[in-house]
Design a protein around this ligand. Structure first.
Ligand code: GAL
Length: 774
């Protein structure tokens, strides 16, 4: 049955309760003057079951597990499991004492992300329920806080698929997992405090940009005196400009008051660009005389970004968008991966594979990931939670609130260039989408909106027509500002263990879509489905509950099609030569046919080794016949046309007549080497910091042997936890586990033993982390 047809018949939803709490975006930092932001990630006690009396301050939780967030409510295999295994209600408890300086202040708890509904209790007092797994929320603790002794925060975490909460209510093609999977902190502020900051650079291309710093000041109590807001623009430690504004006496108010501090005609400002993503800091202080009452900071960038009728323009230059959709889920722990692993994904996409845009399908993603997008120059289309289904009015209210929380959390990220304000691939709903779109425009007049659709006749309420077009050839743009947001995906799932013909076709399908997108300036570009293979429900995927739709596998190891993305950068960034095949004499229906090679070289020479000599095999230019619109068209070499004898293959790449790169693939057909590669060799001993360790079997030239499936036995010594299977069964010649630091310093040694190719060890230093103060 087609899921889109089925969806049309789906019914309305149950009613939902109101959304509680305010949203405060902030860095996890301590020691800003005025306010205290105190991390509360360590020292949680966790029970996977509901426990009678578990919310009470006096409850004895010594029998619970001691856990650190990000935390998954259950560890799982990397595939072939049922979502019901994580769909349960669990209980988290955290004891704390507030510092003496908190007396007389207002105290909040800020949750960055808990899947999916959280009922929060303080000292046995129910504070409320927040519905939503991808958006931040807060509760004020002040009235129920014991300022002199122990306090206990308890959270019932409902990780079932509640139909009253987006994205649930029908079916979704991904898993949401469970637990307190993002960070938690305590925020101590005065009764009048800085609730949020929105810094809006203007005229960035004029040579003398201006900057409006909108400061949201919350008055929880009446303010009887005049305070001063001071905004400072910083380049690193250096002050670029400073300006102030008065905050007049005011009554208490539910909504924060907006104060705009305007900086005009700034000089010497560097733009945020893809190649040099220059970042500045805005610091805002609230002053009583010269005393700092409150302070907060945001990172920003000066850039102009807009979708036009002739494509996407960044800083006045058209950039053809070339990217991938990303789910933020990982093997074994679902979404509970800390900052380092989140940032690594942005690094892979931008720095290693040269994408220029990512879509956070289908929800607001980790702030760490977005920070890395800012740092690496990776553009972002960020969207609200949802998948095809629209619920009833209370469900829609939550969704509109999701728009607000997403934007108010993320509006300072220069990398974000488009808000997605529709439920991915839902039907039209005029009233609902008028509301989501209006909310986005009201909050953020600086960015355009889109809303991801699957049919071109859809009512166009946003600024950019964002369309999932899985067909071939692609539909012509039917609106001036037009972006393709999904293609390939389920129309050609590909596993790392698929044969050469399949890998080649997968690569061709990505390349030919980008070729068509390059043919017409009205296409702003394309974001393919998708970056990484992902866990899903039984009604999707390959039968093991994985959608093998990535150009990377679930461990973030590239498939040949990823080489196409990598090859599209200019050679001054990196010279790329990526064969879109494994070198095998007969892994297709008939021997080996066409060698497809993704490269930004302008000429290739191929050689095959016979009896110790390299014999010329072919010489080729880019395949402009098939990919005429691409700046760096892949190469197609038909090896059925000539007589040649099997052996090692060498490919030499040329630019302007000069050889610039060479790759060799073994013709031997034997597993030769075993490698273990850690992304990082140093972690913080905070109980959460995590790095990936990749395992690979290769030929003698380091090319992965795709059918190696040996069991790798792992031994870990030192203060860390192994996240992953042990033994780990290689898949596609590769795979990965993660090493998560415990809460102490030391040296970790991970040894991986291949049954025939020996053992390899990596060392990871665990640094002493500062203890949490609450
Ligand atoms: C799309 C959907 C994605 C994913 C994809 C698979 O229709 O938006 O979430 O399911 O199909 O190709």
């Amino acid at each position: 049955m087609d899921r889109r047809d089925f969806m049309k018949t789906s019914s309305a939803l149950l009613a939902g309760a109101a959304v509680g709490g305010k949203v405060f975006a902030q860095e996890q930092h301590e020691g800003s003057e005025g306010r205290m932001v105190l991390a509360m990630n360590r020292g949680w006690r966790y029970s996977p079951k509901f426990v009678e009396g578990g919310h009470e301050a006096t409850f004895d939780d010594s029998g619970f597990d001691r856990v650190v967030v990000p935390h998954t409510n259950i560890k799982l295999p990397w595939h072939g499991f049922d979502d019901k295994e994580y769909e349960f209600v669990s209980l988290y408890r955290r004891k704390f004492r507030v510092p003496a300086e908190a007396r007389g202040k207002r105290v909040f708890v800020d949750f960055e992300g808990v899947m999916t509904a959280s009922t929060v209790w303080l000292n046995g007092q129910r504070l409320g329920e927040y519905k939503g797994g991808y958006t931040p929320f807060s509760f004020e603790l002040t009235p129920h806080l014991n300022f002199d002794g122990d306090n206990v925060l308890a959270v019932d975490v409902d990780s079932t698929e509640r139909p009253d909460i987006p994205p649930f209510g029908y079916q979704i093609d991904y898993l949401t997992f469970g637990g307190i999977y993002r960070e938690v902190s305590l925020r101590v502020v005065p009764a009048t405090f800085i609730e949020n900051i929105f810094a809006q650079p203007k005229d960035s291309l004029s040579g003398s940009p201006s900057l409006d710093v909108e400061c949201f000041v919350q008055h929880l109590e009446a303010l009887r005196e005049t305070l001063t807001l001071e905004a400072t623009l910083l380049d690193g430690e250096k002050t670029v400009a400073k300006a102030t504004q008065k905050v007049a006496p005011s009554g208490a108010a539910a909504e924060p008051a907006s104060h705009v501090i305007a900086f005009g005609k700034l000089t010497g400002i560097q733009l945020w660009d893809l190649k040099s993503p220059k970042l500045y800091t805005v610091k805002v202080q609230l002053l009583r005389g010269s005393n700092v009452v409150d302070e907060d900071t945001r990172r920003i960038g000066f850039r102009e970004a807009q979708f036009t009728d002739h494509g996407f323009e960044l800083n006045g230059k058209i950039i053809k968008l070339r990217g991938l959709d990303r789910h933020q889920t990982f093997p074994f722990v679902g979404q509970a991966m800390p900052g380092r692993a989140q940032k690594r994904d942005a690094y892979i996409l931008r720095k290693q594979f040269h994408c220029n845009i990512v879509r956070t399908s289908h929800y607001p993603q980790s702030r760490h990931f977005l920070d890395a997008c800012d740092e690496y120059g990776l553009l972002v289309l960020e969207e609200i939670p949802g998948w095809q289904h629209i619920g009833d009015k209370p469900w829609q209210d939550i969704s509109v609130d999701n728009v607000s929380r997403m934007i108010r959390r993320d509006w300072n990220h220069p990398s974000i260039v488009l808000w997605g304000v529709r439920i991915n691939e839902s039907r039209d709903n005029h009233d609902f989408y008028t509301r989501t779109n209006a909310m986005a425009h009201k909050l953020d007049p600086t960015r355009q909106t889109g809303g991801i659709r699957y049919f071109q006749e859809s009512e166009f309420l946003e600024d950019v027509f964002t369309m999932n077009d899985f067909g071939w050839p692609l539909k012509e743009p039917n609106h001036p500002r037009y972006l393709n947001t999904e293609f390939v995906g389920h129309t050609f799932p590909t596993k790392t263990i698929d044969d050469d013909a399949h890998q080649r076709e997968h690569t061709i399908r990505h390349a030919r879509v980008h070729n068509q997108l390059a043919s017409n300036p009205q296409y702003a570009g394309g974001i393919a489905w998708c970056a990484f293979d992902y866990n899903t429900h039984s009604d999707f995927g390959a039968g093991d509950r994985i959608c093998y739709h990535g150009v990377f596998d679930i461990f973030r190891e590239p498939k040949p099609a990823a080489g196409f993305y990598k090859s599209q950068c200019d050679p001054d960034e990196e010279i790329v030569l990526e064969p879109a095949f494994h070198w095998a004499s007969s892994d297709e229906a008939t021997h080996f046919t066409v060698a497809m090679i993704c490269s930004n070289c302008d000429h290739l020479k191929l050689f095959v080794k016979n009896n110790g000599d390299w014999k010329p095999l072919a010489e080729v230019d880019p395949d402009k016949e098939q990919f005429g619109h691409l700046k760096y068209a892949p190469f197609s070499v038909d090896l059925t046309k000539s007589e040649w004898k099997w052996g090692d293959l060498r490919i030499d790449g040329y630019l302007n007549g000069k050889q610039v790169i060479s790759k060799t693939l073994s013709g031997l057909g034997a597993d030769q080497k075993f490698a273990i590669l850690a992304d990082d060799h140093e972690l913080m001993g905070d109980g959460a910091d995590t790095t990936r360790v990749v395992l690979r079997v290769t030929d003698e030239f380091d090319a992965i042997r795709p059918f190696a499936n040996d069991p790798i036995v792992l031994t870990l010594e030192g203060p860390a936890e192994l996240i992953g299977d042990n033994p780990f069964g290689l898949i596609g010649g590769t795979g990965a586990v993660w090493v998560r630091a415990k809460e102490e310093a030391g040296t970790v040694r991970l040894t991986a033993k291949h049954p025939r190719l020996g053992s390899q060890t990596v060392e990871i230093a665990i640094r002493q982390a500062k203890a949490e103060t609450v």
